[in-house]
Design a protein around this ligand. Structure first.
Ligand code: DP6
Length: 325
């Protein structure tokens, strides 16, 4: 059977950075994110008895590491479905991969939804998030709609994602300012292995549950100022842990820092905008819809901004009719 799915990337307001079980991808803390309407992956999967071997074409490339990770995920799904049939996968993103725009989130969410269905499984949303999580942690948050919480959990069955609010709940805008197409040299998976070496990590775990509760509350009350401050503080806290891990991880470029400073300046001048950054150099700017065009005008004046991607809150992963092969 051939199935195609589309899934959005997501931006974490409260970040996932650290695992307590590497293989199952059980996180050291829960996280909260928003699905992004303009950063997505489309994936077609077919299991067919006539295939002689597994084939995976990801963004037209021959990246063996990416292919192996995808086939490992397919093996989890084949085991669940009790099949050994070979697979063909074609997957494409509408944005550059490996630069910190969370392509593994949209990628493994789309793969999970398409492959489980193609393998004959009929999973609930919760079960899909549990499977997606094992491919890439952040992928579980790309399955439910809108604003999503990944509940930490202690076992595979209790670590899942759930929608807090649908995509049409609040028209928050995430403007991604791309400052370089440079690929990150340390992946999120690799970077997270160092997390416990930061002296600040224990302290983070002491107060992270409080931050999660605050994030839920600010979303519930649509308190943009409080949410923005929390989101910015959270990004800085995660990057402080990255920078103080050993060996240290520094994902920013001079242009990243320049934009962070500009955000502060724009805010002082009356434009309420906040930043967050993942494992990469690009900056996500969070703003209310009413101020979006003012921000875009300002960004277009900055030569270091190479490209802008405007995102609204999006639905989670969906099955679609148009196949890629
Ligand atoms: C900084 O989900 O990419 O974007 O589970 O190893 O695939 P793996 O890690 P991944 O890490 C995401 C890290 C982050 C924060 C976040 O999205 O919560």
């Amino acid at each position: 059977m051939k199935v195609t799915a589309i899934a959005p990337s997501n931006i974490a307001f409260i970040k996932y950075w650290g695992k307590k079980d590497e293989k199952l991808r059980l996180p050291t803390n829960g996280s909260i994110s928003m699905n992004l309407s303009n950063l997505f992956t489309t994936t077609t999967v077919e299991f067919n008895e006539s295939f002689k071997q597994d084939e995976a074409l990801i963004n037209k490339g021959k990246n063996t590491e990416a292919k192996n990770r995808v086939i490992n995920h397919i093996d989890i799904i084949r085991k669940m479905a009790r099949i050994s049939t070979h697979v063909k996968i074609v997957s494409k993103n509408n944005f550059p991969i490996g630069t910190g725009l969370s392509s593994s989130a949209s990628g493994f969410a789309a793969l999970t939804v398409a492959a489980t269905k193609a393998a004959g499984l009929n999973l609930s949303e919760k079960e899909l998030t549990i499977v997606a999580r094992q491919g890439s942690g952040s992928a579980c948050r790309s399955i439910p709609d809108g604003f999503v919480e990944w509940v930490e959990g202690d076992t595979s069955d209790t670590s899942y994602a759930v929608s807090l609010f649908p995509d049409n709940y609040w028209n928050l805008i995430d403007v991604v300012a791309l400052v370089s197409q440079e690929k990150k040299d340390i992946s999120s998976t690799e970077g997270q292995r160092k997390v416990a070496s930061s002296p600040f990590f224990k302290e983070r775990l002491n107060h992270i549950d409080r931050k999660i509760k605050l994030c839920q509350q600010f979303l519930k009350t649509k308190n943009f100022s409080a949410l923005g401050q929390l989101v910015e503080n959270e990004a800085l806290e995660m990057h402080a842990i990255m920078m103080t891990s050993s060996p240290p991880l520094l994902y920013w470029l001079p242009s990243t820092l320049f934009l962070m400073k500009m955000v502060k300046k724009w805010r002082a001048a009356g434009l309420e905008v906040y930043f967050t950054i993942n494992t990469g150099q690009d900056v996500h700017l969070i703003i209310e819809e009413k101020n979006r065009s003012e921000l875009i005008t300002l960004l277009k004046k900055e030569p270091i901004v190479k490209k802008i991607i405007i995102n609204q809150p999006a639905q989670g992963a969906q099955i679609v009719k148009n196949h890629l092969f």
